[in-house]
Design a protein. Sequence first.
Length: 172
Amino acid sequence: MGRPPCCDSAGIKKGPWTPEEDIILISYIQERGQATGDQCPPTPVLSIYLYLWLMRCSKSCRLRWTNYLRPGIRRGNFTPQEEAVIIQLQGLLGNRWAVIASYLPQRTDNDIKNYWNTHLKKKLKQLHASVAAPSPSGPTSNLPLPLPGINHGGAADYASSTDNISRLLEGG
């Protein structure tokens, strides 16, 4: 059917990471440096060392570093501005989470996808249901709103569009 998982080899550990494993991975990358550009920290040498220490495959190590341990990753609640960017870009691009994540560099594509699926999609469905009845003033525009953080006309426009989106999301 599909490609077999990379971790099907005997002896490869799967499942949740322990704090001890995180420390080993962080220490390894701090000692040897992080790859730059499009390269991922786990190189063939990294794979051998980490396999011996962690019994984890290189893909698992790379994803753990990229999505959870890398400095600069922002964890926790999304701001209203981040929500607005996600809603706007998902409407324009669909579920292209890596592209959307490029507009929110401190968030991972996986975090954005999970936040969309668990919070924003439900919020938007409720919003659409509450405004599904035709308004007496006529149809509303289907044009996308300007993206926060991208200069479309100054700080006042940014603030007002962000406030409008926030009010819409809150149902007010």
